[in-house]
Design a protein around this ligand. Structure first.
Ligand SMILES: *Cc1c(COP(=O)(O)O)cnc(C)c1O
Length: 391
């Protein structure tokens, strides 16, 4: 008999009833160090007092009005994001998938209104992940995600990650945009070298097409900059955001330049919940922390510490791990044994990690994890690896 919850997940047999900073706690009091952060969502850890205050204060006042009316916290959050980034304008969504939908619509509409309606094609990359809608799975092009769900939205082509010639060959008169994650998340924590992102920007300018960045996982401070593309010193035309921006409240956004977004006039897009008062109250509180230069500098400092400790872990357990990859606090341990086995051994050692493709184990801790917690995490990862060596 089918379970009462549609069984699309292989869930771990763990059930948490409480969160405190970098810790998740089971009903029996067992404490797990959380290096998954709800898949890079709980950027400020669990139950951060400022986020709890922002949410509960708003909850006591007003939950929802729809976008038929002005929403002060939505305006504040949009203004903050515009001030802190390349963007001129923001649309709020509830998830990364919805941000993907709008990014694609915006790119197509842009060229339609620009008198080039034939430009509808989006070029994406092997190993990408952009969400689970029929457009987002078509964008990612993974057989595993697409199988049986056709017909999918047409107009997406895929080129191998890092293949310059294939990318050039894929661009033609029907291309509207290039869509890429500055650091692939689900695909196995693969950072795009700064030089490549610069090259993509130049290529888009040369061809007159748009650059769409998916910063759903790598954005919001994860790499030590507010957004990962800032390291390369170039900016996109359109950017998808979600995950960390709500700190655990479902919130996403599409940020865009005025030229890219101009065609999105009244009635062309909408969302019942997107940018709702609860989400934006929390989003403002998240931004107040993460956009602070001192906070981002701490992310970079701690990232170097974690990375150094992970290199040591790899050296100590060469039969379990083969290397470390990633950027900032978006790190991947390359595994020699199935990454799911390592994740399970981690559960026994009371530490949470997240498997990704390419047999990589993702470490996506809360960005405000402490040095002591980092040290504890390394001890627990060491215990987990040692348990697999004995087995
Ligand atoms: C998680 C993710 C998405 C999809 O976000 P949802 O909120 O699950 O819809 C899209 N792109 C990237 C890079 C992601 O990591």
């Amino acid at each position: 008999m089918i379970p009462t919850i549609l069984p699309t997940y292989n869930r771990a047999p763990l059930s948490f009833v409480k969160g405190e900073g970098s810790w998740l706690i089971e009903a029996d009091g067992r404490r797990f160090l959380d290096l998954g952060a709800g898949i890079a969502v709980n950027a400020l850890g669990h139950a951060h007092p400022d986020l709890v205050a922002a949410l509960t204060e708003q909850a006591g006042r007003l939950w929802h009005t729809s976008n038929l009316f002005e929403i002060p916290h939505q305006q504040e959050l949009a203004d903050r994001l515009v001030e802190a980034t390349f963007a001129d304008t923001v649309f709020f969504t509830n998830s990364g998938t919805e941000s993907c939908e709008l990014a694609v619509k915006m790119a197509r509409k842009h060229f339609h209104e620009a008198g080039q309606p034939e430009r509808t094609g989006i070029i994406a990359f092997a190993g990408a992940f952009h969400g689970r809608s029929t457009a987002a799975i078509a964008a990612a092009g993974s057989e595993k995600m697409m199988h049986g769900f056709g017909p999918l939205m047409p107009g997406f082509t895929h080129v191998p990650w890092g293949n310059h010639d294939a990318l050039h060959a894929a661009i033609d008169d029907t291309t509207a945009a290039i869509l890429i994650e500055p650091v692939q998340g689900e695909g196995g924590i693969r950072p795009l070298p700064d030089q490549c992102l610069k090259g993509l920007r130049a290529l888009c300018d040369e061809k007159g097409i748009l650059l769409i960045l998916d910063e759903v996982q790598c954005g919001m401070g994860r790499t030590g900059r507010l957004f990962a593309h800032e390291w390369a010193g170039v900016t996109p035309d359109i950017m998808m955001v979600a995950k960390g921006i709500g700190g655990g409240f479902p919130l996403g956004a599409v940020l865009a330049t005025e030229p890219a977004a101009r065609s999105m006039t009244a009635g062309t897009h909408g969302s019942t919940y997107g940018g709702n008062p609860l989400g934006c109250a929390v989003g403002c509180a998240v931004m107040r922390h993460i956009a602070e230069p001192a906070f981002l500098a701490e992310v970079t400092r701690k990232a170097a510490l974690v990375r150094q400790r992970l290199e040591g872990l790899v050296a100590t357990h060469p039969d379990i791990f083969s290397g470390v990859r990633g950027a900032g606090l978006m790190l991947g341990l390359e595994c020699r044994v199935p990454n799911t086995d390592v994740a399970r051994a981690g559960h026994a050692a009371q530490i949470i990690t997240v498997p990704a493709s390419d047999n990589v184990l993702r470490l996506l801790p809360p960005l405000n994890i402490t040095d002591a917690e980092i040290a504890e995490a390394m001890t627990r990862l060491d215990t987990a690896a040692a348990s697999l060596e004995i087995a």
